[in-house]
Design a protein around this ligand. Structure first.
Ligand SMILES: Cc1cc2nc3c(=O)[nH]c(=O)nc-3n(C[C@H](O)[C@H](O)[C@H](O)COP(=O)(O)OP(=O)(O)OC[C@H]3O[C@@H](n4cnc5c(N)ncnc54)[C@H](O)[C@@H]3O)c2cc1C
Length: 424
């Protein structure tokens, strides 16, 4: 058995520094776990993999199926280039392999809830048992990995399988019981923080659910946690059926939406990127992105809504910024998360949703713990005013910006633009 990782410029190039750094660290961990046998090569997998297979006389090549549009094309190209050596797609990084769950007539689900019902009915296998000993083929030369990128100020989570298992165990034992409530409050550490580990295969979702099944009574918390993993599978499934939705609007009705351009619009986008919009929960989220290469889920929705519906930018722009800076950046979850917020995706809501950053902040971060953690300029502002410091009798603290837009006005602009394309 020869473990191999190929650095493919098509994927390595566009990934931001946090993801590249985290991946390199995971590979280091994997090399140790494989007693040093892991081979690194660099180049087009359709050339590199058959070459290596010939070099070592491989009887077959095994990969974990990649449901993304590029991954599918790449694996097909590798398979063709391997000729007589079979390429085995052994499982996928999901509970249910994308494409397996369909409506009775064989068409894909467009909406989460019926997908999740069918997904639970379909079920999944137990995780593969850990092998006792693997006969690693050692001594096969590697090429040097690309230089480790500097993730800037971002503090990344520790990489690798043991770190993933420890993160999971801590969450399961200390926070899972409060997850149904705690998952929505960014000021508490209420979620599992497993997204980067799931993304890079340091832990498999089947391992998580098998562990939960062994717990006595998970109740609502386990149901909610399973639902979140179902969202992950759902978005991968949507992408599998509609590979174009990685870049194109899933729902084309909003295709003609008007967006803002020009120097003023660019300046506002810059304020969003750097966490200086004057809306505390938005700024906290965007600073968390730069500080931890991660953003709490509720806040991802708020900052995405702000870019699309207050600053009138196309969702693709925000999705690209996220992919560059997130350590868990994942094409399916990220781009469909953005499309959901923008109203171009799988949101089943009958009305055009515009998040109000002040009421969202007050509801989900009532005492301002999250905001104060990421926006030190607001640390002395009383909780009452922390989500709208411009209302404080002392005014906006020095060094913190006034709101860059009037939310009520921009909301109306968004709704008007939406109405204009709906009546066309
Ligand atoms: C605009 C936007 C962009 C997003 N981009 C990404 C991304 O690039 N990568 C990514 O993994 N998730 C993304 N998400 C989903 C979600 O925000 C993260 O998965 C979650 O915040 C990760 O934190 P956690 O592991 O503590 O989550 P937990 O609450 O502990 O959830 C457990 C796991 O379930 C999955 N999950 C949870 N919520 C979602 C969701 N809404 N969609 C898909 N999977 C989910 C994740 O794998 C997560 O690790 C995005 C959401 C939005 C709204």
């Amino acid at each position: 058995m020869l473990p191999v990782f190929v650095f493919d410029d098509r994927l390595w190039g566009p990934a931001g520094a946090p993801r590249r750094r985290f991946l390199l660290d995971c590979l280091d961990d994997l090399r140790t776990a494989t007693d040093g046998a892991l081979v690194l090569r660099h180049g087009d997998p359709a050339r590199v993999v058959p070459q290596l297979a010939a070099e070592v006389g491989a009887a077959s090549v095994h990969v974990s199926a990649d449901p993304g549009p590029y991954g599918r094309r790449r694996d097909a190209a590798v398979e063709r280039a391997l000729g007589d050596v079979p390429l085995e797609r052994t499982g996928s990084p999901y509970l249910v392999t994308p494409g397996r769950v369909t409506k009775r007539d064989g068409t894909p689900f467009q909406v989460f809830s019926p997908f999740a019902r069918a997904w639970r009915e379909h079920g999944w296998r137990a995780p593969a048992p850990r092998p006792r000993a693997v006969p690693w083929l050692s001594g096969v030369p590697s090429t040097d990995p690309p230089p480790a990128p500097d993730p800037g100020d971002a503090q990344l989570p520790p990489a690798g399988e043991a770190a993933a298992a420890a993160t999971w165990a801590r969450f399961r034992d200390e926070r899972l019981r409060d997850y149904a409530e705690g998952r929505n409050t960014p000021g508490t550490d209420g979620t599992s923080r497993l997204s980067a580990y799931l993304k890079y295969g340091c832990i498999h979702p089947r391992t998580l659910l098998a562990d939960l099944a062994a717990q006595d009574d998970g109740g609502e918390a386990v149901r909610r946690y399973t639902d979140e993993l179902a969202w992950r599978d759902f978005y991968a499934d949507v992408l599998w059926h509609r590979p174009d939705s990685a870049r194109e609007y899933l729902d084309p009705r909003l295709q003609g939406m008007r967006y803002d351009t020009g120097p003023d619009a660019e300046e506002l986008v810059r304020a969003w990127e750097t966490g200086r919009t004057g809306f505390p929960i938005v700024d906290a989220g965007m600073r968390q992105l730069l500080g931890e290469a991660y953003v709490h889920n509720r806040v991802r929705m708020i900052v995405a809504s702000f870019l699309v519906k207050d600053l009138h930018q196309e969702w693709t722009r925000g999705a690209r910024w996220f992919m560059r800076h997130l350590v868990d950046g994942d094409l399916a979850s990220n781009n469909h998360g953005w499309q959901w917020v923008a109203g171009t995706g799988t949101d089943a809501s009958p009305y055009y949703r515009v998040f109000n950053p002040v009421t969202q902040g007050k509801k989900f971060d009532p005492d301002g713990t999250y905001v104060k953690r990421w926006v030190p300029e607001l640390r002395d502002v009383p909780a009452r005013y922390v989500h709208e410091p411009w209302r404080s009798p002392d005014g906006v603290p020095a060094g913190y910006p006034e709101p860059v837009v009037d939310h009520a006005h921009e909301r109306q602009v968004s709704l008007d633009r939406y109405a204009a394309i709906r009546t066309r």
